[in-house]
Design a protein around this ligand. Sequence first.
Ligand code: 2NL
Length: 347
Amino acid sequence: MPQKIPSRIKGIRKKTEKMEQETDVLIDTAKTQEELDKIRTEYLGRNGLLTRLLKSVPQLPLKYRPEAGGLVNTFKRKLEQNLRNKRDVLRKEKEQKELKIDITMPGISPELGSIHPVNQIMRRISQIFMNLGFKTVEGPEIETDYYNFTALNIPEGHPSRETFHTFYLDSGELLRSQTSPVQVRVMEKEKPPLRIIAPGRVFRPDATDASHSFMFHQVEGLVVDKNITFADLKGTLSVFVREMFGEKTRMRFRPHFFPFTEPSAEVDISCIICGGNGCRVCSFKGWLEILGAGLVDPNVFGTVKYDPEIWRGFAFGMGVERIAMLKYSITDIRLFFENDVRFLRQF
Ligand code: 2NL
């Protein structure tokens, strides 16, 4: 009799192993929750195969009950876990099917951005001069007094050095009020001949109105070579005016003064709205001022150690917003900086 008991445990082990194999296959192949419920009833229901096996454990002699009970209960927990796992898998599959994603539906395309009108014009200006052999150069927006003024022959006490014309920083540095310092830095580093343009932001503490902003953009140009004359300046700018404003646009030079050029001039073009007859845009003058220019002052060459007896140059500077306003008939500079897409979308 005592020898018969272990064989009964062996029997229980065999039965649980067999049930495990069966249920593994059944659960694996089940395709619906209903099928899973059926498996559960068949094994774990009140009269289920596993339930009956469990009920048979107390029939065993006390000594063997723990081992037999352990075997059956371990399998029971495993089976319950397997059923739960499969239930989760089926639930997820069902949810995905019910989402009914239509993969042929058009997506939501993000709105495309575009280049800011000021940058468009700045690139266009740069491009025209690049086609003439100029190289684009950039430099810092925070500058020293030396590069922004002294090296450009702007003397101590000059009005542009006043605090109401220039933003000064606590460090003693300043926000550049023109892009010429970039060109001074290039002259310091590179030997002539040079053909460069310096586009970028500049800052002046002007009161804001329809035509003034404390920050705007400039393109300056500089040519240094032997035998440069005012005719080279005129020829270069006339190509620019033609390319930028059209074949028919005329150009005139009015004498002016800049500390960094001598002689200097302000350059006008015939009004691109009325062709010179007079209209509101040109204040009935027929002409629009677009830039300042001149032959580089020998003092500037002296400062950067170019021999003024050998090297001559011309330089010019223009405000990008002003050119953009003329080209697009925009009457208020503030529109450029409000970032209203209804405005920006038009360009
Ligand atoms: C204006 C006038 C101008 C220059 C800028 C320049 C630069 C160097 C040397 C000499 Cl490094 N000149 N730049 C020359 C003439 C005029 O700008 O009305 N700008 C808005």
